[in-house]
Design a protein around this ligand. Structure first.
Ligand code: IPE
Ligand code: MG
Length: 224
């Protein structure tokens, strides 16, 4: 979700207004994913690298995320029975936001519906480092020095039990993934739009799905 700041600046508004509009777009996107029967939807809301922004902007973004989670997302999760996953370095997040996240997780514990994944305080490099550290710790305990397999590495990512993304769609005009799921996106179909995230609408997703459905995916094999 990129382009909140530019959206606001173009309208002569403070960047915070762009982040608020971005949060409203996120609520619309949750509805669209539901209407289009998308089983797993991930929102890359705040990265470890976004922490480099000045304190005020970081505070504003995390405050808006907390507000929207508490006042909107938590209700929708209960009403629609969503499974929910928060991925990222939770220790980087303010306590008030963590309380809201823990509460949503608790309420969703027995849900069996579609899955919403929120990447907050997420960085793909930190995720890989955390996976390696978990493997080292486990192995040290067992005095195991056999080679680590790709499967073992993947099984220690935050996204355990979540299928790799079929599609990644980035808003805001840049063609890069910015530390988003570096391993999991190895075979994802990548889409980029110049639209700014607050301008999200259902037609964007319908167009992507239409194009996606025409793509033959072979995951390194030969196209039949
Ligand atoms: C995306 O919008 C929101 C977050 C990174 C949290 P930006 O804040 O990156 O907006 P631009 O790219 O400056 O327009
Ligand atoms: Mg940006």
């Amino acid at each position: 979700m990129d382009g909140n700041g530019r959206w606001a600046t173009a309208k002569g508004l403070p960047r915070t207004d762009g982040h608020e509009a971005g949060a409203r777009a996120l609520l619309r996107a949750i509805d669209v994913a539901d209407q289009l029967d998308i089983e797993y939807t991930t929102f890359y809301a705040f990265s470890t690298d976004n922490q480099k922004r000045d304190n005020q902007e970081v505070g504003n973004i995390l405050g808006i995320i907390a507000y929207f989670l508490q006042n909107y997302v938590s209700k929708t999760v209960v009403e629609r029975g969503y499974r929910v996953r928060f991925i990222g370095e939770m220790r980087l997040l303010p306590e008030q936001l963590l309380d809201i996240i823990n509460n949503i997780n608790k309420n969703a514990l027995n849900n069996k519906g579609k899955t919403l994944i929120f990447a907050i305080g997420y960085g793909g490099d930190a995720e890989l480092a955390a996976a390696v550290n978990k493997i080292i710790k486990n192995r040290h305990r067992r005095l195991d020095d056999t080679p680590v397999t790709a499967e073992e590495l993947k099984s220690q990512l935050y996204t355990i039990n979540i299928p790799d993304p079929d599609v990644v769609l980035r808003y805001g005009g840049y063609k890069r993934l910015s530390n988003f799921m570096p391993l999991q996106t190895a075979y994802s179909e990548l889409f980029f739009t110049h639209k700014l995230w607050p301008d999200f609408d259902k037609e964007d997703i319908i167009a992507v799905i239409k194009e996606y459905e025409g793509i033959k995916r072979n995951f390194g094999g030969i196209n039949a």
